[in-house]
Design a protein around this ligand. Structure first.
Ligand code: ADE
Length: 222
């Protein structure tokens, strides 16, 4: 069973998604487990502060070491083998291959969601994986956490309806995901389903799909 423990100040921004659709199904089937740790509980002083201004000056606030280390150590005290993921725009770019390798390793992953302008660099000393969702900057780690969890959990055998759905991607490195697909009606507003898909010729259909992999969503064809 794959486990995610999400350390965040904004559980309410994450939890509804994990209680919906396939993520909920994965939990219901005992294939995944999601837990939350409130970073605020490890905050300092009467205001349970988790951030401070940067040495050397500059805008914004940085996540402090003490609450982050305490939160991670509280999880690791129960499971020392848990691996720490830090979503950050300067991490390794996430793709389908890494999602699959995380699924196959089936570990307990702790995702630390930073907020504010950034984090104290020393936090990296307890991080196993720095992961970027792309070359743009988000407000915090909550959306990246959801994307990481979703893309890993949907690959667990038994989570998607037909295993075919994940199989389609099994050859992929994330650049060449799917062939175009169609359902009824055969013609919609003048746009026709390719003849070959109606032919019942499975060999020809497989060939067509291979040839058209990676061309899905090419609306210029109509
Ligand atoms: N935090 C802020 N921006 C991010 C990004 N692009 N990827 C991962 N974590 C982030």
């Amino acid at each position: 069973m794959i486990k995610f423990t999400i350390i965040t100040l904004f559980r309410e921004a994450i939890e509804p998604y994990l209680k919906t659709s396939m993520m909920w199904k994965a939990v219901d089937k005992g294939l995944a487990e999601f837990n939350f740790v409130n970073l605020r509980e490890f905050g300092l002083g009467p205001h349970r502060s988790v951030d401070d201004t940067p040495y050397g000056g500059g805008d914004g606030m940085l996540l402090r070491c003490e609450p982050v280390f305490a939160a991670i150590e509280s999880v690791k005290s129960k499971d020392p083998s848990a691996k720490v993921i830090l979503p950050t725009p300067v991490g390794e770019i996430w793709n389908q291959k890494t999602a699959r390798s995380f699924m196959e390793a089936s570990e307990h992953y702790i995702i630390l969601c930073p907020h504010y302008e950034g984090y104290d660099e020393r936090i990296l000393s307890i991080v196993d994986y720095k992961i970027s969702l792309g070359k743009y900057v988000l407000t915090g780690g909550e959306l990246p956490a959801l994307i990481i969890v979703d893309s890993v959990v949907r690959l667990i055998p038994g989570v998607l309806g037909g295993e075919k759905s994940a199989e389609i991607e099994s050859f992929s490195d994330g650049d060449n995901l799917e062939y175009p697909q169609y359902t009824r009606p055969e013609e919609f507003r003048g746009m026709k389903v390719p003849e070959i898909l109606l032919s019942g010729n499975h060999g020809e259909i497989a060939k067509w799909r291979e040839e058209h992999s990676g061309t899905a969503d090419n609306s210029s064809k109509y």
